[in-house]
Design a protein around this ligand. Sequence first.
Ligand code: JCF
Length: 680
Amino acid sequence: MSIEPSVLVVQLREQLNDWSYRYYILNDSAVPDAEYDRVFRLLQSLENEHPHLISQESPTQRVGAFPLDQFSQVSHEVPMLSLDNAFSDEELMAFDRRLRDRLSIGEASVGYVAEPKLDGLAVSLVYENGLLVRGATRGDGQTGEDITENVRTIRSIPLRLRVENPPSLVEVRGEVVLPHVGFNALNTRQLEAGLKPFANPRNAAAGSLRQLDSKVTAQRPLDFYGYSIARLEGADMPACHSDMLALMSTLGIRVSPEIRQCIGVEGLLAFYHDILGRRADLGYDIDGVVYKVDRFDWQEALGFVSRAPRWAIAHKFPAQEEITRLLDVEWQVGRTGAITPVARLEPVQVGGVVVSNATLHNVDEIARLDLRIGDSVIIYRAGDVIPKVVGVIAERRPDGAERIVTPQTCPVCGSEVFRAEGEVIARCTGGLICAAQQKEAIKHFASRRAMDVDGLGDKIVEVLVDKNLISTVADLFALQAEQIAELERMGEKSAAKLVAALAESRGTTLPRFLFALGIREVGEATALALSKFFGGLEAVMAADEELLQRVPDVGPIVASRIRHFFQQQHNLDVIRSLRDAGVHWQEFDPSDAAGEQPLDGETWVLTGSMNILSRDQAKAYLIDLGAKVAGSVSAKTTVVVAGEKAGSKLDKAEKLSIPVIDEAEFIARLQALGVSVKEA
Ligand code: JCF
């Protein structure tokens, strides 16, 4: 017997709305995304077949509606208030004093409700008989704009209240924000599309909410938190603010989980400092905290001054945006050779710390901002992230403000600066000889999956470079035990061990060596493919881009990176030195069967944790033997190695009848293939 479509549609809708509620409002994900999507598509196809079954509250209706020519005006039945501000502890104490005087409660403490003050846009949501019928902006507090279609796209705003018998009318007030993650993703998309990025999340949220085309709003990951009920009909209004917030939660409206009841000024200050300390971790911008008198009878007694209530105040945090002067632009070389412009600024307080440097990301950013030395610039700093220059105040440009020129050579090593076509990032071509890149290059070279030098950890590499004992990877092999023994926290024993490990690592494989060179875009898989194709290093070095592209999985970009690497004389010098130092591997004729590896063509999957081997090591062994190592189990998987606490991959392997072996069996197989297995 099949279920009636009209019944099924309701069931699916309820299921999806319930999952959505748990995900967006309770922050607990009930089912995997894939399952949600599957049910969503099922509902969509049913609604397509039976359009009369579509209803306004269906989750399929959150994708935006027809674009509007303009927003219509909405007058607020109950005005949307603004808040008075306190900028210091003293101002806050004066506020509390005033309240107690007006209420004539002497030295008794006031019960407050404190909440983070979200830096977004205030909106009003009207629910009639449980159904969302209107969304509006604050406007001037009396009249706002009808943004119903836009708010309907926000997943954390329920289209229907989650109660059996909803009040006949509920007007919720709250704040729409764009969380940091969404803001960064949006700006990345803007830049990729050649559009201007938004200066801060608030502007981005405002721009997103005031879209005449709600389909655009639907693409913006906006969030909503309610902070009060302005009108309630068909139910009793609670007697205090904290109970009203609880009622909102019951109705399915998201309320900030940070809201607390606080007693007296001491309670408020403790809340303020707690939230200020966690400001960066909240995931969205806040510009302070809001305190409200909890008791409604007291709120009523206190009343209003002009458009702000006497019973509430916003205690502001230090601003996250400030204006200062751009003194200079310096160029920094990152560990991958990326050359990034850094703004040197006249020191300014932003978000409570003194900022004198800010990132400019890349050369395009300078052009986009039309930045000149001497300009007045706007600095934005969200929490702990690096401050950035988000704007220029063009009217304040001084005469003779200098243009900013991209360097042609690396400021660290003097090598040519290269910017690949279509790339926004300029890079130093110094590779292994550039001091800025040396440390990272050496760490990579020595790592498990590369040359696997036992005991040469990141810390030691840093010390060796800082003490000028090494500057390229080739210098590693000239290190003497006596030199190492003199370093801090190194003894004769560990020095001798390290020298022995270095000596041992000289016997390697071609794929490991190619990977160890740290050529951009050449990971282990590509290194292996190159080895198999060419059989020897000389052949890889001599190959032109056309030939390189014949290697499986090597496209034009990777080919150009490889070619470019081997065209740099300093890279050739380092390779020469490494070979002179005794680094060697087996080469073979690629047309010959000798190049074949025991696990050629096999795909292995590692899951769970192992006791004897590290995952990197296990992977490296497999790759050395010619296998591919994949991240997920599929019909193409040859074997799954399951360590302890193996999870879903194991289930999947069983479902697909793929052989599963444990760590002991894995090691036995490696040894049978001639690998001398080392403990991690
Ligand atoms: O989070 C906010 N931006 C916020 C603004 C929170 C509140 O509780 C507010 C507000 C503006 C007015 N309460 C009022 C009365």
